[in-house]
Structures are given as C-alpha cells and as structure tokens.
Design a protein around this ligand. Structure first.
Ligand SMILES: O=C(O)CCC(=O)C(=O)O
Length: 249
C-alpha cells in the first residue's frame, strides 16, 4: 500500500498551507494525460459558440486559440478519473484531510508558451464555501515542469491559518473572483516550482496565484479539489454540480 505523508511533511503543510511532493507520475504518464485532455478539449471547443469559447482559450498565442481552461476532467477523461483515484495520491490526501474522499470539482489549467496569462490571487474556500474549512484540499498535479518563468503557483505562506476574505471580480469577468488589492498588498507571495509529475497541495484558505508564461514551453496542470467524508460546498460563490462528485476512498 502506498505510504502516507510523513509527520514532517504534514507539519510543513499545516504551517505554510501548501506542500510539494515530487514523483507521483512518470513523464510518459504526464504525456498521455496531456494527449487525452487535448483530445477532449478539441471536441468540447468545437461545439462552443465564439462568445463562450473565449473563456476557455488563450487567444494571445501566436494568433491561435489554444486550450487554456476546462472544468471537471475527472468526469470526462478516463485517465484523469484514474489519476483522481491513484493510490499514492489518495493516501497523501487522506493524510491531510482524512478519509471518505471525493473529488468535488476539478480543473485543467494549461498555460501555452509565450502568451499563457496569469491567474489572479484567490482562496479556494471563497469559491467553494465548504461547511468545514479544514475538510478540503487541492492537489495540483504538474504535467510539465512548473517554473517561475512559465507561470508556476505562488503562495501566501501561512494564510491557511487566517480568514477567508471577500473577493472581487472584473465587471466583464464575473467568474474571475480574486482577492482585493489592499489585502494582497500586505501579503508577500512566494513561488513554488513543481517538477513534472509532482504534486503541489494547498489548503482551501491559502492565498495562491500564478504568473504569465514567458517561456517557450507549456505549463500544464490538473487541479483536483478533494473533500473528506463530512465536507460539502454549502455556500459556494459559483454554481458547482454535486452530481459530478467522484468518491475515491
Ligand atoms: O494553475 C493555475 O494557474 C491556477 C491554479 C489554481 O488556482 C488552483 O489550483 O486552485
């Protein structure tokens, strides 16, 4: 049976609100997931009217529209469903939030070379509004090396131990909820590079954001938002479909 996280890893997670664990997936497994997600993305985007398409693609990349974001791959791509139930990943998540795990929501975050835009700072627990703020953890699986240059995550160290703050959104992007500038001004954000095939875990209260991709390489990742047996999204800021919830332990 796959091992749990060590007491030292858990202490780091509880203190800082995030933890990087390398070596979940092989390069071949990462490449297969990327191919499967791109194939699904092509099918999904082909059917969308142009106005909706804009939200899912990055149009700034060498005049091409390329997949940027898609929701709930754990329900649409069998290899992502298998990843969500990967024994080592499940064991690690159980060590953080306990058993009876489900993936409640998942996201594809693909940043294309020389154009992939930033993701503003936010707290997952503002979006999800869980009944237990300790009952949720995000596992962000890197399908490429994530670096400062290509747009890795940045975290507000220790913000997991603080409150959930009100978020604001640009008028033309009501779904793009983010922390207010004055809250962020008081909080340094630290980069957290992740090697390809590794996982970055973050607590639902932890401030996080990602920078633009200035490199010539993709920065692709899957975020799996896990909850334990007792946790539900009771005050979500956006609609989430509980029927897509996938029990994995
Ligand atoms: O990958 C990104 O750029 C953003 C990820 C994120 O916000 C998350 O995993 O909650």
């Amino acid at each position: 049976m796959a091992g749990a996280l060590s007491p030292a890893q858990l202490a780091l997670f509880r203190d800082r609100g995030h933890l990087t664990v390398p070596g979940l997936l092989t390069p071949a497994e990462c490449a297969q997931l990327v191919a499967n997600i791109h194939a699904w993305g092509e099918r999904f985007l082909a059917d969308l009217p142009p106005a909706q398409r804009a939200w899912y693609v990055d149009g700034g990349v060498k005049a091409r529209d390329v997949l940027r974001k898609l929701d709930n791959p754990h329900r649409h791509v069998p290899s992502v469903q298998a990843l969500a139930a990967h024994p080592a990943l499940v064991r690690w998540v159980e060590s953080i939030i306990g058993g009876g795990l489900s993936v409640y929501f998942s996201q594809v975050f693909f940043k294309p070379p020389e154009g992939g835009g930033p993701k503003p700072a936010h707290q997952d627990n503002f979006y999800f509004g869980p009944n237990d703020r300790e009952g949720l953890v995000t596992a962000w699986v890197a399908l490429d090396d994530a670096t400062v240059d290509n747009g890795c995550l940045f975290f507000g160290e220790g913000t997991n131990r603080g409150p959930v703050h009100a978020h604001v959104a640009p008028a033309d992007e009501p779904f793009n909820l983010q922390l207010a500038a004055d809250v962020l001004a008081a909080q340094p954000m630290t980069p957290a590079p992740v090697p390809r095939g590794g996982v970055s875990f973050h607590h639902g209260n932890t401030f996080h954001q990602s920078g633009p991709n200035h490199s010539a390489h993709w920065r692709r990742a899957i975020a799996l938002h896990y909850v334990n047996a007792g946790t539900r999204f009771v005050q979500p800021a956006l609609p989430y479909d509980e029927t897509l919830r996938l029990r994995v332990s």
